[in-house]
Design a protein around this ligand. Structure first.
Ligand SMILES: *Cc1c(COP(=O)(O)O)cnc(C)c1O
Length: 414
């Protein structure tokens, strides 16, 4: 085994770990022995504190039963929202942890279009985005009589904003890792008299997000990817404080009522971010997420960004000669326009290469068509991990290991 990959030595990677201010965070995560996990952009790793916290909540359920709702369970959506707010550049009272992204987009679409001028009847979502954002926009339009349109991929946004009430955009594209300029884009959309819902699925916890400073009024995101909240962890929704009193959101359930326990016949929305709640949530799921968010409170987001870019660069540097030789296309955007992932295209062998890597314990994922996706999570990956993952990638490709027919069998979740 060589200890140099395209001129990058293992020793140089290990030296970077010694200088890394975020290195101690790795000890706060439970990571399976021998696994190199480059899929934290799909499901984040487990913080050690999550197991303890969920255990304590199980005890609380056993010992306190219904009283638990007055012991922190009921207020969790707002309390966790306030913990999350600094990570995404928001203020206390502007973030509610609730439901999932799909439902939160629906709620915001209804809330925003309920106040839209009559001549604005179009809901625009992005071609090439994660499909649920478009699906739910279409579902909303079926119900509401608004017209759904796709913004073609790579189209100029300004040419598609006439008559638009609201646009749904991802800050970081899930396939390419392309990062949008949130401030300039928000300004442009507002100048055209429309609103934008930012989807932070691949940016929250991946890089510093500046919602307030960018002029953003609405955003959604999930917590099970870079934020390590656990499988099916509740999502979040952000509404700028200045636009929180605009009327109903369409999923007007009892937890979003001004007085949930008055049991009034008629709905009246809460006067703050709580109006975006719907119904009863899972106390256990919130507990696991809260343990993770307490860890995030300690993270220097600028250091996180610096390490993320250094890791994605290191991985690509170790393999650049191989990509050239094998016709693998590296579509990872330039540093300033990049999320926290490396995106590689190989239409013929991409799926099999990812499967062969998984068999070696190097976990990335595959997205049609041809895309190999590797997420880099600065809290629990070291530079040595990155170097070793690159070594496996090189060995899998150079040896032809991926050609084993077993690696071409498709499973349900890729
Ligand atoms: C992961 C992801 C989602 C997931 O939506 P859920 O409703 O939380 O399952 C939505 N949008 C984008 C852009 C994503 O990457």
């Amino acid at each position: 085994m060589s200890d140099t990959l395209n001129g990058v030595t293992l020793k140089s990677a290990c030296e970077r770990d010694q200088r890394d201010p975020l290195a101690p965070f790795k000890h706060h995560f439970a990571l399976p022995e021998g696994m190199l996990y480059l899929d934290g952009n799909s499901l984040g790793a487990q913080p050690l504190a999550a197991r303890k916290a969920v255990g304590a909540t199980l005890d609380q359920w056993r010992d306190e039963l219904i009283k638990g709702w007055n012991q922190g369970w009921f207020d969790a959506p707002e309390r966790l929202g306030n913990l999350l707010a600094p990570v995404i550049g928001a203020q206390s009272g502007e973030v509610c942890v609730t439901d999932n992204i799909t439902l939160n987009i629906f709620k915001l679409l209804g809330y925003i279009t309920g106040q839209a001028p009559l001549e604005r009847r179009i809901v625009l979502s992005e071609g090439g985005n994660f499909p649920t954002d478009g699906y739910i926009a279409q579902g909303f339009c079926q119900q509401s009589g608004f017209e759904h349109r796709f913004l073609p991929e790579n189209a100029l946004l300004a040419e598609h904003l006439d008559g638009v009430a609201v646009v749904v955009l991802s800050q970081v594209n899930y396939r390419t890792g392309q990062l949008r300029d949130m401030e300039a884009t928000t300004r442009l959309i507002h100048e055209y008299g429309a609103e934008v819902i930012w989807d932070l699925a691949h940016s929250a916890g991946a890089l510093p997000v500046h919602l307030n400073a960018s002029g953003a009024r609405f955003a959604v995101g999930c917590t099970y990817k870079y934020l390590n909240g656990g499988p099916g962890a509740p999502a979040f929704l952000y509404v700028h404080e200045s636009v929180q009193n605009g009327g109903w959101q369409p999923l007007s359930g009892w937890h979003g009522h001004a007085a949930p326990f008055a049991f009034d016949a008629d709905y009246a929305p809460a006067g703050d971010i709580s109006r975006f709640r719907t119904g009863t949530h899972s106390a256990l799921a919130y507990t696991a997420l809260e343990a993770s968010l307490e860890l995030w409170a300690e993270v220097d987001m600028n250091a996180l960004r610096e390490k993320s870019l250094a890791m994605t660069n290191l991985f690509r540097e170790c393999l650049a000669d191989l990509f050239d030789a094998r016709g693998i296309e590296d579509i990872t955007p330039a540093a300033r326009q990049r999320g926290s992932q490396v995106s590689l295209i190989d239409n013929d062998n991409g799926y099999a290469i990812v499967q062969a890597l998984i068999a070696r314990g190097v976990i990335g994922d595959y997205r049609e068509p041809g895309l190999m996706r590797f997420g880099f999570t600065p809290l629990y990956l070291s530079f040595e991990d990155v170097w070793q993952a690159a070594r496996h990638f090189r060995e899998v490709v150079e040896s032809g290991e991926f050609k084993d027919p077993a690696f071409s069998v498709r499973s349900a979740v890729t």
